[in-house]
Ligand binder design. Structure first.
Ligand code: SF4
Ligand code: SF4
Length: 89
């Protein structure tokens, strides 16, 4: 079995009511830096632009937002009670 954030011991993921990470197509260059930095595999490139395809594995680390030199990642924390949670909070 592949270990992901969902099945890692002590981790649970509660679906948010809206996508809390989006890509601004007008700014995205398709450089794929977000793919390289995302340990959860949340992105892929389609038609030369980054797409969020797997937000359910997101660990809310914000690395994608930080690495994107084009400021194409629109990042907002999920609402309280949703998203990634460990036994530590
Ligand atoms: S790092 Fe930014 S510019 Fe590069 S593919 Fe990802 S969203 Fe697009
Ligand atoms: S916040 Fe972290 S885990 Fe979530 S999509 Fe961005 S790089 Fe991946």
């Amino acid at each position: 079995m592949t270990t992901t954030s969902k099945n890692f011991p002590g981790v649970e993921w509660v679906k948010a009511t809206a996508d809390f990470i989006q890509v601004d197509d007008g700014k995205c260059s398709g450089c794929a830096d977000c793919i390289k930095v995302c340990l959860a595999g949340c992105f892929k490139i389609e038609n030369g632009k980054a797409r969020v395809t797997n937000l359910g594995e997101c660990m809310e680390c914000a690395s994608c937002w930080y690495i994107c030199e084009r400021e194409a990642i629109i990042f907002s924390w999920p609402e309280g009670g949703a998203g990634f949670r460990t036994r530590f909070g």
